[in-house]
Design a binder for this molecule. Structure first.
Ligand SMILES: *Cc1c(COP(=O)(O)O)cnc(C)c1O
Length: 386
């Protein structure tokens, strides 16, 4: 089928929520992608930070191949070994509490919101400006962006959005607060790291008022910032975290991971999901988590991130670079459209990146990227704006 035929099918049969680029990808390996015409691309988006282990990582492929021919689904009425082993691995790699499996980032945050409400009935949830927590009604209600929320009003009540300042947070958090939900680095907002001061004041306010501090690590987790979880670099330990995107090594799985205090708040029947924690996705996630936990890989992510950010900051059209590890945002000079730049990078330089705002580029390659590939990506960007 030609690309034009695919576009015709989309126009006729697919709900028009996405603005797709006119490229059909047919194969991926590591940091590389190939389109239907045989062109090779450098993937510096990784499916929006899903392919942290790279496309078709051999260990993930082997685990999925083995599991898909053995058992793919049972429902949560029964036991399977991959789910129980993954719960243990996730808990021991982070907050040492318990795990609730889901199928996506939004669902992970829905579970976290329900958990916080269950722990403090009727309590409010405080979120931050520029946050993104997902598109379902609860997660959308926690995403204070006018354009995303307004068409779907009324939203879920009980959410309070505040500016990213400790004093604003202090005014909003009180005995009525069930949770403060935040991303340690705001990904969709444009790769905006939160200040240490804001994070430690969030921790202190939650402790004082018996509220749950929840980190949405859907984008920052799984090694993306140079530690398995971004909270490890903040000096603040949350009461729960959410993960998804890279957890399944390319397959759809998410999880809510609690610390000890919230581990037994949910009771039988409080929450559930038919697909969640299935043996196929859990077998993939066990491999992805193990790959992303490798201390040598994580050390490389930190070093590669510094090399990348430094090189980007020297590009003539870049005015500021933000991020940590391989979660990188580049701010373009006024008059340079990041949206147009990302489109041209794809078609003219075969470099896959995306724009999070009118002048903000987001770059998040697989964590297995090489120094040479980082330098090549920067060179391709340089060629775009002579
Ligand atoms: C992508 C993302 C989500 C939503 O994940 P989905 O799998 O698209 O539902 C939530 N929070 C953050 C921080 C994200 O980056």
């Amino acid at each position: 089928m030609s690309l034009e035929q695919l576009r015709e099918l989309e126009r006729a049969y697919v709900v028009p929520t996405y603005v797709r680029n006119a490229v059909e990808f047919v194969r991926g390996e590591g940091v590389l992608l190939w389109d239907s015409e045989g062109n090779e691309y450098l993937d510096f988006l990784a499916g929006i930070s899903v392919l942290n282990v790279g496309h078709c990582h051999p260990r993930v492929v082997a685990a999925v191949r083995e599991q898909v021919g053995r058992l793919t689904h049972t429902s949560n009425l029964y036991y399977t070994e991959p789910a129980m082993r993954l719960a243990k691995a996730l808990s021991e790699s982070s907050l040492r509490g318990k795990v609730f499996f889901v199928n996506s980032g939004a669902e992970a945050n829905e579970a976290a919101l329900k958990l916080a409400r269950r722990a403090k009935p009727g309590g409010e949830v405080v979120v931050l400006h520029d946050a993104f927590h997902g598109r379902t009604f609860g997660a959308l209600s926690a995403t204070p962006q006018e354009a995303k929320q307004a068409p779907f009003a009324p939203l879920v009540p009980g959410f309070v959005a505040v500016p990213k300042q400790p004093d604003a947070l202090a005014q909003a958090v009180g005995p009525q607060t069930a949770a403060v939900l935040l991303e340690p680095i705001q990904g969709e907002g444009g790769v905006l790291p939160l200040s240490e001061e804001l994070l430690s004041s969030a921790r202190e306010l939650c402790d004082r008022h018996g509220a749950a501090l929840i980190f949405d690590e859907v984008q920052t987790g799984m090694g993306r910032t140079g530690t398995l979880w971004a909270y490890e670099q903040t000096g603040v330990v949350p009461d729960a975290l959410t993960t998804a995107k890279a957890l399944g090594g390319g397959l759809p799985i998410g999880a809510l991971v609690t610390g000890p205090r919230l581990a037994d708040v949910f009771r039988a029947g409080d929450h559930g999901s038919t697909f969640a924690g299935g043996p196929l996705v859990c077998a993939a996630a066990l491999e992805a988590l193990s790959i992303c936990s490798d201390p040598q890989l994580l050390e490389r992510v930190a070093a590669l991130g510094e090399r990348f950010m430094h090189a980007l900051s020297e590009l003539p059209f870049v005015t500021a670079v933000r991020g940590r590890g391989l979660l990188v945002g580049a701010e373009c000079a006024a008059g340079v459209s990041a949206v147009e730049l990302a489109r041209r990078a794809l078609h003219e330089q075969r470099l896959v990146i995306n724009a999070t705002g009118p002048t903000s580029l987001r770059l998040e390659p697989p964590l297995i990227v090489t120094e040479a590939q980082i330098d090549e990506a920067v060179e391709r960007l340089r060629r775009l704006v002579p």
